[in-house]
Design a protein around this ligand. Sequence first.
Ligand SMILES: [Cu+2]
Length: 321
Amino acid sequence: MELSTYQLPAQLSTYAAEVDWLYYVIFWISVAFFVGIVGVMGYFVVRYRSKPGVRAKKTGHSNTLEVAWTVLPLILLIVLFHWGFQSYVRGSVAPSSSLDIRVRGAQWLWEFRHPNGMEELNEVTLPVGTPIRFIMSSGDVLHSFFVPDFRVKQDVVPGRYSTLWFEATKTGKVQAYCTEYCGAPEGATGNVGHSAMLATLNIVDEETYEKFLEKGPAAPEGLSEAEWGKELVEKSGCRTCHGVDGASQMPAPNFKGLYMREEKMTSGKTIVADENYIRESILQPQAKIVSGYENLLMPPYKFGEAQLDAIIAYIKELSQE
Ligand SMILES: [Cu+2]
């Protein structure tokens, strides 16, 4: 353990060292005053203890002493306030070169959106050595984003945006917490709801981040490809237009039985819905329009390669049942 982090978590952002310096200066000033005051007090207790035959003398008033113990702490206070305030301003105002990431807190998850539209859930990949600004909002109640290793914390408030910025100094995984008590499911016990509202910041080098933006995130652990695809379809709002059970009357083509289905397009051509067609339908929905569905416009989506694979695996699975 380094001495600098003897009381505090690891310093993993440019801001952390600055915050800790101020903290330790205040801490050691307090220690010095504590030792000084208690020391003098102890000395006086012994030195001026009651002795038989000695009467207490009245003490007078000392202007010098009064002025000294008013002015000296005042100067100290002004210096510490100035230092703290400057540090606070640096921590509040993100550099203009920052990379903007949208963050949405909701019971009980964190959603992250990269500038190119790529989304991640409860985990976010970010470049090291780059100022990053989180523009945060809440989908329901008060939350608060807290990264102890970065020394940053900011409330996430319904109905408005709040921001938080940092620059990571090392690659690796960094833990973030929700630090606003934001509830638990009804009747729940154990580590659920608020206390499970965690996020992992995956700090990588610049090159890996660029690659990540192209390729997208890898499947979360413990989920099969099709299961991840199902999660993505549900989370991305596809189900507001598309049915998945073959029966429902939805405004867009049903995913059940879609894989390898022969379909007529508005161009008059008939296509077979293979992997490439499904991929194109998601990334550029207007390239080919299914006949009979020309009145509803599907928005284009941005997904990484692994995410597209997962969605296609899910659509395939739906067609096999
Ligand atoms: Cu929360």
